[in-house]
Design a protein around this ligand. Structure first.
Ligand code: MOS
Length: 745
C-alpha cells in the first residue's frame, strides 16, 4: 500500500467550515420552540439553603419553569468514572438537597421563552442561607488531609528501594519545594447543552469530548436504555479535559426539557465555566534528590499536597512522571489531599504530568547547578533505558535524539552556565531546558467505513462516535482512509461526535488518534477484502483473487495486480458487477493504558527556551522556543505541529500567567473571567521551532502513532523557570513567575 498523504502537511479538511462559521457548535443549534435556561449559583461557599423564594421569578414575563432542590425530579444511578463508561462532573446529583458544598454551586435554574427573560427572572430569586465555615486554601483545611488510594489504577503512595539510606549516602543533595496554583482549562467555547425529548427518547446537543460518556450518564439519570438517548457534538470549541465529564447543567437541561416537553438550551456564563467546571488543583511539591558527584541520581522522593472537593476524590497525579522519567533505584512517591469547598477538580491537559514535571524538571536544574554539571548532560547521564517503575522496556524511545537535535537547533553549546552572564542590550538573557514526557494511551475505538456509489463514482464515509475537539482528527482519519483505500482525499469524508455511531472512548489522555487511526486502517482492510471477493467472482483476470490482498494494489480507486498494474478494475465497476450499493467494513482498537505485558509506551521530548528579562520591572518575555518530540509516527504534519504549539503555549501560560485565585473571604474564584484569568495572547508567544523524530511505534498500534495532544505542555513551565533563573539568578519556586516575585524574592 503506497502511503501518499500520511505524514504530509495536508490542510485541515474542516478548516473551511471553521473559518466560515458553518461548523456548528452545540450552542448554535436552533430547534423549533426552543426555551432558554439560566443557572443561579450559591453566593456562599458552605452551609445550606434555609429558604428559597421563587414566586416572583415564576411570575416574571416569559418564565416557564423554575427548578430548585424543592421541586427537582430525582435522578437514577449514573456512572462515575472512565472505566464505567461515563462520568458526572460531581458525585452529588444537582439540586439533590439543601446543602452548599462550594460557592457558585447551582441552586436554581430558570427556564423562559427568551434568554433575557430567564436572566431577568433569575435575578428575582431570593435565597436565605445558613452559612457554615469553609476552606478554599490548603492552609485553612488542615484537618482534612488524607492519602488518596490511586489515580486510574496507578498507586500514588509507595516506595521502591530505600530512599532514606540512599539520601544519607549521597554526595550531593537537594531538598526543594515548589508550588503550582489552581488553574483552569478555560476552553474558548463555554460549556453548553440543548436537551430535547420526543416521546420517551432524549436528544442532547452537548459541548463535549465524550458523547457516549454523556449518553451513559443521561441513560442512567433517566432510567433509559442507551438507544433512547442520543448525544451529538460534531465540533468542540476546546476542552483540555474539561468536557469529559457530564456537567450538572446537562442533566438540569434534560430535566427541564422533559418537564416542559420543549427543547431547553443552557449556556454557562464565563464565570460559571471557571467556577462550576473542574479546575486543576494547586500543588505543593517537595522533592528530595540525592546524587553521586558524577551526577548519577541515587535517590528521589516526591511528596505532593493537592486539594479535592468535599465529597469527591480527584488527586492531581503529580508523581506520575517522576517515578519513571530517570533511572533511579531508590524512589518514593507520596500524595496527600485536602478537602476544600470548591468544585471537584478535574482533568486538565496533562493531568499530573504538567505540574509534576514543573517540579521535577526545575529540581533537576537546581541539582545540575549544585553538581556543576550542564543540565542537559545531567539528564543524559540519568537516561532511563527501561521504564524503572514498570521494569519493562520502552516500546520505542528516542529521547536522546530529541536532546541532541534540540540542543543543536537551539545552540545550547553556546550557553554560559553562570546566571546573569548573558545579555541582549538592556535585557538579561536566560537559557533553560527540560525534558517532556507523556504516556501512550489507547482507550479503544471502533471505526466504520462505508464505500458507496454516487453520481460521481464511489465515496468513502467513515464514522465513529469520538469527538473532534480541535486536534485535527477529521483530517487525520480522512488522510488515513484515503491512503489505505487508495482514493483521492476529496472522495473521503468523516463523521464524528454522534453517540449512535460506533463505540469510541473519550477524546482525552491524548488517545483518540492513536485509537481511531489503526481502527480506520483495519476497517479499510475489510473493505479491500470485500472488493477482492467481488473481483474474484466477477472480474476478468481476477479469478481466485479473494483472500490474496498482498498480490494486489489499491490505488486511484482501482484494484490492480501488483505483477501487472495495468491490469486494473475500478471500485465502481466492481460494485456494479457485484450489484452492491455499498460495502461496509469495521475496525477496532483495544485499550492500552501506558503498558502491556511486554512494553511501556511513553512519548518524550526536549524543550529549550530563551527568555528576556527586563530587570527594572521583572518582566519576562519568552523570546525563543525549540522543542523536539518523540511521539511515534506523525500522521498529519500540519495539525500535529499545531497541537505541539498549542501545548507549548499552554506551558507559557502555566509558567508566567495562569492562576485561578480563590477569595478566602467568600470562597469564590476572584478572577473568574478572561480579563483577569490570564492566558497567553499572541504578544506572549514567540516564534516556535517544533520538530519531531517521526520513528513509528508499531509495538503500540498498526499505524505506529502515539498521542500528541498533551506532551507539548509537559516540562515547559520548568524550562521557562530554569531560563528565568539563568537570566536573573533568582529561583522562583512558585508559579506563575510574575514580576512581583522576581522583584521581591
Ligand atoms: Mo485531556 S486532560 O482530557 O485534555
Amino acid at each position: 500500500m503506497a502511503t501518499t498523504l500520511v505524514g504530509t502537511p495536508v490542510n485541515r479538511v474542516d478548516g473551511h467550515k471553521k473559518v466560515t462559521g458553518t461548523a456548528q457548535y452545540a450552542a448554535e443549534v436552533v430547534l423549533g420552540n426552543m426555551t432558554h435556561a439560566v443557572l443561579v449559583g450559591s453566593s456562599v461557599a458552605g452551609g445550606e439553603i434555609l429558604n428559597i423564594r421563587v414566586n416572583e421569578a415564576e411570575s416574571a414575563p416569559g418564565v416557564l419553569l423554575v427548578l430548585t432542590h424543592e421541586n427537582v425530579d430525582p435522578l437514577g444511578k449514573m456512572p462515575e468514572d472512565l472505566q464505567a463508561g461515563g462520568t458526572t462532573a460531581e458525585k452529588r446529583p444537582p439540586f439533590s438537597d439543601a446543602r452548599i458544598l462550594h460557592n457558585g454551586q447551582y441552586v436554581a435554574m430558570v427556564v423562559a421563552e427568551t434568554l433575557e427573560q430567564a436572566r431577568h427572572a433569575a435575578s428575582l430569586i431570593k435565597i436565605e442561607y445558613k452559612a457554615a465555615r469553609f476552606a478554599v486554601s490548603i492552609e485553612d483545611a488542615p484537618g482534612t488531609k488524607y492519602h488518596p488510594a490511586h489515580f486510574m489504577g496507578e498507586p500514588l503512595t509507595f516506595e521502591r528501594g530505600n530512599v532514606r539510606e540512599a539520601l544519607d549516602a549521597a554526595d550531593v543533595k537537594i531538598d526543594v519545594t515548589y508550588r503550582s496554583p489552581s488553574q483552569h482549562p478555560c476552553a474558548l467555547e463555554p460549556h453548553a447543552a440543548i436537551a430535547s425529548w420526543s416521546d420517551e427518547s432524549l436528544t442532547v446537543y452537548n459541548a463535549s469530548q465524550w458523547v457516549q460518556g454523556d449518553r451513559a450518564v443521561l441513560a442512567g439519570a433517566f432510567n433509559l436504555p442507551a438507544d433512547k438517548v442520543k448525544v451529538i457534538c460534531p465540533f468542540t470549541g476546546g476542552m483540555f479535559g474539561s468536557k469529559g465529564a457530564t456537567g450538572a447543567h446537562v442533566l438540569l437541561a434534560a430535566i427541564a426539557a422533559k418537564r416542559l416537553r420543549r427543547p431547553v438550551k443552557v449556556v454557562l456564563s464565563r464565570p460559571q465555566v471557571l467556577t462550576d467546571v473542574g479546575h486543576r488543583s494547586e500543588t505543593i511539591q517537595r522533592l528530595q534528590i540525592g546524587a553521586k558527584s558524577d551526577g548519577t541520581i541515587t535517590a528521589l522522593s516526591h511528596h505532593v499536597l493537592a486539594h479535592t472537593s468535599l465529597e469527591d476524590d480527584f488527586p492531581e497525579p503529580a508523581t506520575i512522571s517522576s517515578r519513571m522519567l530517570y533511572r533511579v533505584d531508590n524512589y518514593r512517591s507520596e500524595q496527600e489531599l485536602f478537602r476544600l469547598n470548591v468544585m471537584k477538580p478535574s482533568w486538565m491537559r496533562a493531568p499530573g504530568e504538567a505540574p509534576g514535571q514543573y517540579a521535577l524538571e526545575s529540581a533537576l536544574d537546581e541539582l545540575a547547578e549544585k553538581l556543576g554539571i550542564d543540565p542537559l548532560d545531567l539528564r543524559r547521564r540519568n537516561h532511563a533505558d527501561i521504564n524503572p517503575q514498570l521494569g519493562k522496556p520502552f516500546s520505542n524511545k528516542h529521547l536522546l535524539e530529541c536532546y541532541d537535535r534540540g540542543a543543536e537547533r537551539f545552540g545550547w553549546s553556546q550557553r554560559n552556565p553562570k546566571p546573569r552572564s548573558m545579555r541582549d542590550g538592556k535585557f538579561l538573557l536566560g537559557w533553560g531546558m527540560a525534558t517532556a514526557t507523556y504516556p501512550g494511551y489507547l482507550m479503544g475505538a471502533t471505526v466504520k467505513v462505508r464505500l458507496q456509489r454516487d453520481a460521481s463514482g464511489v465515496q468513502a464515509i467513515l464514522s465513529t462516535a469520538g469527538c473532534e475537539v480541535g486536534t485535527g482528527i477529521y483530517t487525520m482519519l480522512t488522510m488515513t482512509a484515503a491512503d489505505e483505500l487508495g482514493m483521492p482525499i476529496e472522495r473521503v469524508s468523516v463523521q464524528m461526535g454522534n453517540s449512535d455511531f460506533t463505540h469510541c472512548a473519550v477524546a482525552g489522555g491524548s488517545n483518540l488518534t492513536a485509537s481511531t487511526a489503526p481502527a480506520t486502517k483495519d476497517a479499510c482492510a475489510a473493505i479491500k477484502r470485500e472488493l477482492l471477493k467481488i473481483a474474484g467472482r466477477t472480474a476478468d483476470g481476477f479469478t481466485g483473487a479473494e483472500g490474496r490482498e498482498q498480490e494486489f494494489l489499491f490505488a486511484r480507486g482501482r484494484v490492480a495486480h501488483r505483477s501487472d498494474p495495468s491490469h486494473a478494475i475500478a471500485y465502481e465497476d466492481l460494485m456494479n458487477a457485484g450489484q452492491r450499493e455499498y460495502l461496509e467494513g469495521e475496525g477496532a482498537t483495544q485499550p492500552i493504558f501506558g503498558h502491556n505485558e511486554e512494553f511501556a509506551f511513553q512519548s518524550f521530548g526536549a524543550h529549550f527556551v530563551e527568555v528576556k528579562v527586563k530587570p527594572e520591572i521583572g518582566r519576562v518575555r519568552v523570546s525563543r522556543m525549540t522543542s523536539v518530540f518523540d511521539c511515534g509516527r506523525i500522521l498529519s504534519a500540519k495539525t500535529a505541529r499545531s497541537q505541539f504549539i498549542g501545548g507549548l503555549v499552554f506551558g507559557i501560560g502555566a509558567a508566567l500567567l495562569e492562576e485561578l485565585e480563590y477569595d478566602r473571604a467568600h470562597g469564590q474564584p476572584a478572577n473568574s473571567d478572561l480579563a483577569s484569568y490570564l492566558v497567553p495572547v499572541h504578544a506572549d508567544v514567540p516564534e516556535i521551532d517544533v520538530s519531531w523524530i517521526d520513528a513509528p511505534d508499531y509495538n503500540f498500534n498498526s499505524m505506529g502513532c502515539r498521542g500528541i495532544g498533551e506532551i507539548g505542555i509537559t516540562g515547559v513551565a520548568a524550562a521557562i523557570g530554569n531560563a528565568v533563573y539563568h537570566a536573573t539568578g533568582k529561583r522562583v519556586r512558585d508559579l506563575p513567575i510574575t514580576p512581583d516575585k522576581l522583584l521581591n524574592s
